[in-house]
Design a protein around this ligand. Structure first.
Ligand code: NAP
Length: 305
């Protein structure tokens, strides 16, 4: 009862206001044209009367025609020009209005571009994040799958002059059985120590050379990370040597299948030391020397703790 009624103030946005102002401008233009028309009619009548009734400029003629005819024609021309301006030139509120519309459109487009840019940056960031996540996932997945397989003497010797130092047929069978059907990652030197690629295995050769030629089916990569990446569809890839690659792969592997040959050998390639704080022995199978095996050896399995 005692509360004052709030006044309802109509809210007009900027665009509406502009339209109203333009409409008002149009009305003014048409009004002026209408006044011009009336003044033209009255003026023409006045000129005719001044000449014919009052005799003003009676003798002034051009080509035998009274001067007022020319005066009215000139005025008519001006009036037509005015009409043309109102209905044609200013139809769309003139140049200023056009410029304003253009500015408005440009501003809107710029806003849209800005929004799209923001969206694009957001999507790119998300994509980069998901790529990084997938890469991390791929490497960490390999940590749980990647197995190093090697044969090393008691002094960690693995090769000399790019050749194996011993021939142990049961160890070769063991290697063949475990790696059969899988990816085998190796350094360029180990790859070159084979007379030809091993059957039924996908070879992934690591080299720093940019144009290293290999037989068909052999994959060439330039880093251990790329080698791991190349095996991502294999549930059980192996790193098969040699010394340089074993050292770099230790950080990525989850398991080591090591044939420990129970002797010391002269060598120029060695297996890295197995850190007992990182690796625990989970299997140890001894194989004595015999007619086919010049040295005693043990199949050892190590798993990351
Ligand atoms: N007993 C075993 O179980 C066993 C197993 C395998 C091999 N082996 C023996 O080990 C010896 C070979 O071992 P190794 O240490 O001399 O050579 P390797 O590890 O087989 O190969 C070394 C080569 O790998 C490439 N490489 C290494 N690290 C790289 C990196 N981070 N990025 C790109 N490329 C990289 C380089 O190739 P580029 O020079 O082309 O750039 C380098 O010269 C031979 O005697 C072989 O018989 C023994």
């Amino acid at each position: 009862m005692f509360s004052k009624k709030k006044k309802n103030i109509p809210q007009i946005d900027k665009d509406q206001l502009e339209l109203i102002q333009n409409a008002q401008r149009r009305v003014k233009q048409k009004k002026r044209l209408y006044i011009h028309f009336v003044v033209f009619l009255i003026g023409s009548l006045f000129i005719i009367l001044a000449n014919l009734v009052l005799g003003i400029g009676e003798d002034v003629k051009l080509f035998e025609i009274d001067w007022f005819v020319f005066a009215i024609l000139v005025w008519l021309f001006l009036f037509l020009y005015h009409t043309f301006n109102v209905f044609v030139t200013h139809k769309f509120m003139g140049k200023q209005w056009e410029q304003e519309q253009l500015d408005k459109l440009t501003a809107q487009q710029q806003q849209r571009i800005e929004k799209l840019k923001q969206k694009f940056i957001k999507e790119e960031t998300l994509m980069a994040q998901s790529e990084a996540y997938n890469e991390t996932k791929a490497v960490s997945k390999k940590l749980s799958d990647l197995t190093i397989i090697a044969a090393a003497g008691e002094n960690d010797a693995i090769g000399k002059g790019n050749k194996l130092i011993w021939h142990l047929s049961d160890d070769l069978k063991h290697f063949k059985k475990l790696t059969n059907g899988h990816h085998i990652i190796m350094g360029r030197k180990t790859f070159e120590s084979f007379p030809k690629p091993l059957p039924n295995r996908t070879h992934v050769v690591i080299t720093r050379q940019s144009k290293y030629h290999v037989p068909e089916g052999v994959i060439v990569v330039n880093s251990i990370e790329d080698a791991i990446d190349a095996t991502k569809n294999d549930s059980q890839p192996f790193v098969i040597g040699g010394g340089e690659i074993y050292r770099q792969a230790m950080a990525f592997a989850h398991k080591i299948e090591l044939t420990r040959v129970h002797e010391n050998f002269e060598a120029d390639a060695f297996f890295p030391k197995i850190d007992s704080s990182v690796w625990k022995e989970t299997n140890n199978t001894f194989h004595d020397k015999d007619d086919k095996h010049e040295h005693a050896f043990s199949f050892l399995t190590y798993e990351r703790k």
